[in-house]
Design a protein around this ligand. Sequence first.
Ligand SMILES: [Zn+2]
Ligand SMILES: [Zn+2]
Length: 138
Amino acid sequence: MNVTEATKYLENKGIKTTYQRAVIFSYLNNKKNHPTADMMLNDLGKKVPTLSRATIYNTMEFFREKGVVQVLNMDDGLRHYDADLSTHLHFHCNKCDTIYDMYTQLDTDKIDELKDFEVHNQFININGICKNCKKKEK
Ligand SMILES: [Zn+2]
Ligand SMILES: [Zn+2]
């Protein structure tokens, strides 16, 4: 999704878009790397010199309110952003800090404690060591 496409996408959702907002949204969609505000500032700062960490925070909060991004509170204590709104779980590698998307779902029908509950969504964070880092350990 380039900046023009991002602008169109956001405007279709009735979201007022500025160049900065479109750049940020396009980045989030293309990278799929669940960045923190600092990571985004690092990667986008050269392209958009007027960008600040506060702008990114505010933009992401705005996007979250509009329902086009989700915020992940991972075990590293940082807020990570994700433009993929489908239900999926996340694996955070404690070694390389990569956050992986996993599309397996818990079968909530089989969880006894949830028997009389109505499940709407699952947000599951797993942490550990990813397969690439495990390979390097050997
Ligand atoms: Zn890893
Ligand atoms: Zn994700």
